[in-house]
Design a protein around this ligand. Structure first.
Ligand SMILES: Cc1cc2nc3c(=O)[nH]c(=O)nc-3n(C[C@H](O)[C@H](O)[C@H](O)COP(=O)(O)O)c2cc1C
Length: 188
């Protein structure tokens, strides 16, 4: 049976950097998700999490973060491109869970100072997502020239991102529904 309860799609802001432009992108995505019916969301800022740095993986699980990942039907990761890769702290945070992610959808938003919209960080995240059991969608958020995307009040300057984000979210929601149906109805 197809369930009608809202989807839960948290957004993870994937850098703790002071002055990060990814924060505007994450807030924009949160606003766009919130506008849509049938989806609940929350913004998880990795700066506010406090995982130990002296160990890694499930040994340092945080019960609240794990419960949020377990409840999630899908994730949106907002990730800046740092030397073509992802921030190490994001990987440290994601590595603390595994079963919580399995057969759940993930949409990736790359953020870069350059003109390629974080495509290289997205490419580098794909094998990590797969190993975590997450299912990537084939539409990404590509936020180029991050310093000029938003005004000082955090308002988006280029309306073209609204249409692209709509396509991204439609695909993510479809995949989240399909996977939730599968998790709840199809024996493994
Ligand atoms: C350590 C580091 C490495 C970076 N490497 C790249 C890069 O490879 N390509 C790029 O387009 N921008 C690069 N940038 C710029 C970021 O993509 C830029 O700051 C953008 O605003 C997103 O990151 P932010 O959320 O930290 O601001 C780098 C920034 C830092 C701090």
């Amino acid at each position: 049976m197809m369930t009608t309860r809202p989807l839960f799609i948290p957004i993870i802001l994937g850098t703790p950097r002071q002055g990060r432009m990814s924060e505007d992108v994450a807030t924009f995505m949160q606003d766009e998700v919130t506008k849509r019916e049938g989806i609940e969301t929350t913004l998880i800022d990795i700066r506010t999490l406090s995982f130990p740095l002296t160990d890694a993986g499930e040994a340092i699980k945080d019960s609240e973060f794990s419960a949020t990942m377990m409840r999630a039907d899908a994730l949106i990761l907002v990730v800046p491109e740092y030397n073509h890769g992802y921030p190490g702290l994001l990987k440290h945070v994601l590595d603390t869970n595994l079963k919580e992610y399995i057969h759940k959808a993930v949409g990736l938003c790359g953020v870069s100072a350059g003109g390629f919209g974080g495509t290289r960080v997205i490419q580098n995240l794909l094998p990590v997502m797969r190993e975590l059991g997450l299912v990537t969608i084939f539409w990404d958020g590509n936020f180029s020239n991050a310093r000029n995307l938003f005004d000082t009040a955090g308002q988006l300057l280029d309306p073209a991102y609204l249409k692209r984000t709509d396509k991204f979210l439609k695909e993510l929601v479809w995949m989240a529904k399909v996977l939730r149906y599968g998790r709840e109805n199809i024996p493994r």
